[in-house]
Design a binder for this molecule. Sequence first.
Ligand SMILES: C[S@@+](CC[C@H](N)C(=O)[O-])C[C@H]1O[C@@H](n2cnc3c(N)ncnc32)[C@H](O)[C@@H]1O
Length: 223
Amino acid sequence: MFASMLRTQEEEILDQEGLSRRGRTILQDLDRWNRVSGWYDAHTRRIRRHWEALGRPSPLRVLDIGTGSGGLLAALADTDLPCELVGVDRSPAFAAMAAQRLGPRAVVLEADATELPFGDQTFHLATSTLMMHHLPHGVRHSLVREVARVARSAYFFDLEVTLYGVVGFACLAPLVGLGRDAVHDGMLSVRRGSTLSEMRALMKPLPVRVVRVFPSALCTMPG
Ligand SMILES: C[S@@+](CC[C@H](N)C(=O)[O-])C[C@H]1O[C@@H](n2cnc3c(N)ncnc32)[C@H](O)[C@@H]1O
């Protein structure tokens, strides 16, 4: 109901800051939020469901798009899933940071999500968490088209544009020690998110269904 009032195309600080001290702090805060909120654990549990639906391939070739500091890849590397991990990020600085964090556990490259440097069906699963809202709405279908080209299925996780998402994040984030910039970007992120029906329309090329997950988020599960 409030989605159209909340919408914004304002850029996040993270999108302008590269790996300045400010940008690095936001990425570190986001990593902490992902751990404290249990999102990394939830992602790995849901990715296991995708692995099962894909017939438990071994290795499971995973491409993480918009990997940021590489936290999801690190969480996957810590599971018993037989993953071969590749990450991409459009920021060369973030890609280098993730590569350093992951070492031999993953390959991380600089690449844009809408023009992926991989052949058709190179991966079993593409993952993309909290990245889609960085793209303008009109470009999001290009991301899904590329994902459908390079991977058999996909785990997307992004924010649902809701009033309680904006207010809830603003109240909770300082309590877990997130800085002012991360709170600013988090609130903008919710406002740049999608509605359930938009996400369902976007995901049509993929063999997935879109579900609502607490709090104020949407993700894809095997269809
Ligand atoms: C909010 S961070 C999310 C990082 C991580 N996936 C997570 O869940 O914490 C968004 C990331 O997407 C990257 N990104 C934004 N647009 C992109 C694009 N067009 N192609 C590739 N990466 C992109 C940004 O550089 C940033 O690292």
